[in-house]
Design a protein around this ligand. Structure first.
Ligand SMILES: N[C@@H](CCC(=O)N[C@@H](CS)C(=O)NCC(=O)O)C(=O)O
Length: 430
């Protein structure tokens, strides 16, 4: 029915599990094409991350403001305080803008990642402010971003394709950050508001917002508000809050191993998340966006020590997943970094003491098993392959862009590394 209403020309792009129709999307009607992969039928949080135990940081009404924010600046997109002062020169404006950018991204040459600001939770509990309803929420993502990639993987792993919409921005950031271009898989504009940039969406959510305009964003279409922009929390909402809308086999209680964040493994998962986030997931950024040799040295060595530790862990138990025979969230969270490692972090971010493919046999096997699983009816629902393969050739481009924007400056020519020739090694033959 929906499909008939949408002509092929309206369909922006066939992308694995979904078709997005711009006309329909503008009418808040999320899907208008036959899914290529089967979708389930309805039966009717150290750092910026989650606190151990998964307790959401919702003190003070669930919102925290970015402590790094300044309230001014070109890059933050908020109007200048005092810009109308007669004596304010252009030079001063430029200084203010670059100071703001410096504060937003670096402190003493070290890359910093401020806490995410919007921290509300979707819940299946009666009376919830953000109830778990089909078709109510949309994820704004760039598929090149590893944090957004986590949410895309879990959305497919859980079979939430027809329950949560995805709105994709351009693969690389522009002068004002993420934007809609209509190129590749990007929508031409925000389907809900007609915005061209993610900045506008954040300012709609909070006109005083002065932090970074990051992806992923989980947006409530019904209330027209930003629910959450912290990937580690969005994925946890996806694990079980929508389970009542899913067929039995996709519910966490029925998943082998008790789900992605099983009770029995929670302390182990929280402990692992902490050091993997700090030294690996964010460690690659702290190396690649370092503005001093000292900061780079500190972080790059810590990164490889952690990779050695993860390699030893996999070798010791010889199991398929990091914590044994079943997939958990630590696999999802490590995967998005390792899928980018040889193709982008090794080259663009100078994380080059070793490569995954040549120096870490157990991690390399673990990575290829996740990536190459293309069985949409299997336990992994081809979630890793479907969210990586279409974009892996563009990861280096994305990071070359962001390193230029954040570290080198926009005047620096953009040069994208050519290699490696093979983006992901085959599963067999190594
Ligand atoms: N803690 C956030 C981090 C998200 C994040 O930093 N995303 C990057 C892209 S990989 C971003 O949107 N950056 C925009 C900017 O820095 O201007 C999360 O995990 O969701």
């Amino acid at each position: 029915m929906l499909r008939n209403a949408c002509s092929r020309r309206e369909i922006a792009r066939e992308n694995g599990d979904r078709f997005i129709c711009h006309t329909r999307a503008a009418m808040h009607m999320p899907y208008c094409g036959a899914p290529k992969f089967p979708v389930p039928q309805f039966t009717a949080p150290a750092s910026t991350e989650l606190a151990p135990g998964g307790v959401p940081n919702v003190a003070g009404g669930g919102r925290r403001h970015d402590e790094m924010s300044t309230g001014i600046g070109l890059s933050s997109g908020v109007s200048f305080d005092g810009a109308s002062d007669v004596g304010l020169t252009v030079q001063r404006l430029v200084e203010m803008a670059s100071n703001t950018k410096e504060k937003i991204y670096h402190a003493n040459g070290r890359f910093t990642r401020p806490d995410s600001t919007f921290r509300n939770f979707v819940s299946n509990q009666p009376g919830a402010q953000f109830p778990a309803e089909a078709g109510r929420y949309a994820l704004y993502v760039s598929p090149g971003c590893p944090w957004a990639h986590r949410t895309l993987i879990v959305r497919l792993l859980k079979g939430l394709e027809s329950i949560i919409d995805v709105y994709q921005v351009h693969m690389t950031m522009g002068p004002e950050g993420w934007y809609f271009s209509g190129e590749g898989d990007s929508l031409p504009e925000d389907p809900l508001h007609g915005f061209k940039t993610l900045r506008e969406l954040y300012l709609k959510a909070d006109p005083n917002y002065s932090g970074r305009y990051t992806v992923p964003v989980l947006w409530d279409k019904k209330a027209d508000v930003l629910v959450n922009n912290e990937s580690s929390e969005i994925i946890r909402m996806f694990y079980s809050e929508f389970d009542h809308l899913l067929p039995e086999p996709l519910r966490e209680v029925n998943r082998p191993g008790d789900g992605l964040y099983p009770e029995a493994l929670r302390s182990e998962i929280d402990e692992l998340n902490d050091w993997v986030y700090n030294t690996v997931n964010n460690g690659v950024y702290k190396s690649g966006f370092a503005k001093s040799q000292e900061s780079y040295n500190e972080n790059v060595h810590a990164l490889f020590q952690s990779l050695d530790r993860l390699e030893a862990k996999l070798q010791a138990h010889g199991k398929r997943f990091l914590l044994g025979d079943h997939i958990t969230e630590v696999d999802v969270r490590l995967y998005t970094t390792l899928a980018r490692f040889d193709v982008a972090y090794f080259t663009v971010f100078m994380c080059n003491l070793k490569s995954i493919r040549h120096d870490y046999p157990a991690l390399h096997l673990w990575l290829r098993r996740l990536y190459w699983d293309q069985d949409v009816d299997g336990a992994l629902r081809a979630a890793f392959y479907r969210t990586t393969q279409p974009y892996i050739s563009q990861y280096a481009l994305g990071y070359a862009h962001s390193r230029r924007k954040i570290v080198l400056g926009d005047a620096t020519p953009l040069v994208v590394p050519a290699g490696p020739a093979v983006l992901m090694e085959p599963l067999e033959g190594r």
